[in-house]
Ligand binder design. Structure first.
Ligand code: AVI
Length: 328
């Protein structure tokens, strides 16, 4: 994978094609049909995601970055020093530099512990960040924070600032969200802090239309990102999806408070996947992604159920995105 690309790989892709076949067949034989989210992040998919983060419609990344710029000067004061910073699913940590630069002004050296499944992304993060913040000691861990154990090192007496940003939590089910945060909480002590980046639910502040457009942009980059899973399956397991017979769909599921991405079959068709003939009727969809959006009440409940207590929330002037500080 291109090390410059920030791929939020939620779950590790299986390494053998028979394991890919097994996962894909299970999803396509289910009702409704689904495909696993790790399929998005091959090399091309990661590049497309990077382009998504720069789209005018995709406000999440730039809004979070603005909030970090705003909060960075007073962060050390709020969290307390001495401290160490750890980050779940750090990727190339492109936004973390803003926070680390500010924190390093209060403390030298500053230990930064990124945890990510991608060794190349973490290596890139270490290279870029140590050039940007020379006072930084980067100690990466290559681990899938969902399925594998990880450690948090605490240099003498330091508080831990745990980062889980980028709305990454939104791609997991509510039960998974709670498990991720509970597991994180088990590594922390009461004087530690969690910084969580979340996308907010539509309502008075954010229209459904604005949210919808973030997942169905005019340039068609998100559509290409979604359809790329089919290209990947054609290449990796010799499936025969015809891309022009599928359309990208993004829809708001109000009862689940999530944007769903689907691939809709435009005709009745049969697709061959690992020797399995999968039939799709016209209009039937394959569900490829969930992106949960949070109300204030949902954030509070999630934090409380995971053993954290809300300290303060920073939102942008539109009220579209939130960076939440919670006490462990
Ligand atoms: C990585 N994740 C936070 C993105 C999101 O907004 O749920 C993935 C994405 N899917 C479509 N566009 C972006």
């Amino acid at each position: 994978m291109d090390p410059l690309i920030e791929a939020p790989e939620a779950l590790e892709a299986p390494t053998t094609s028979s394991a890919v076949c097994e996962a894909v067949q299970a999803g396509l034989n289910a009702t409704p049909k689904t495909l696993p989210a790790w399929l998005f992040y091959d090399e091309h998919g990661s590049q497309l995601f990077e382009r998504i983060t720069e789209l005018p419609e995709y406000y999440l990344t730039r809004t979070e970055r603005h909030l970090f710029v705003e909060m960075a000067p007073t962060l050390a004061e709020h969290v307390g020093t001495p401290l160490t910073v750890m980050e779940l699913g750090a990727g190339t940590a492109s936004k973390t530099g803003v926070l680390l630069t500010a924190l390093a002004q209060h403390q030298t050296p500053l230990l930064y512990q990124p945890i990510d499944v991608s060794a190349s992304a973490t290596e890139e993060a270490a290279n870029v960040l140590t050039r940007l913040v020379p006072q930084l000691q980067v100690q990466p861990q290559i681990a899938n924070y969902i399925t594998e154990r990880y450690d948090v090192e605490r240099p003498a007496n330091a508080r831990v600032l745990a980062l889980y940003i980028g709305s990454s939590i939104g791609n997991f089910s509510p039960a998974e969200q709670q498990n991720i945060l509970r597991n994180l909480r088990s590594h922390l002590e009461p004087r530690d802090t969690l910084l969580l980046g979340l996308d907010l639910a539509p309502g008075d502040a954010k229209s459904h239309d604005a949210l919808q457009k973030a997942y169905d942009d005019d340039a068609g980059v998100t559509a290409a990102f979604n359809k790329n899973v089919l290209t990947r399956l054609n290449r990796e397991i010799d499936a025969d999806f015809k891309l022009d017979q599928f359309a990208h769909r993004a829809c708001w599921n109000a009862s689940e408070s999530r944007i769903e991405m689907h691939l809709e079959s435009l005709v009745s068709q049969t697709v061959n996947v690992c020797g399995d003939a999968i039939t799709l009727s016209k209009g039937e969809t394959i569900h490829t992604e969930n992106s949960y959006k949070f109300t204030d009440a949902a954030i509070n409940t999630l934090l409380q159920d995971s053993g954290f207590s809300m300290n303060r929330t920073l939102t942008d002037e539109n009220g579209w995105y939130a960076v939440v500080m919670a006490d462990a």
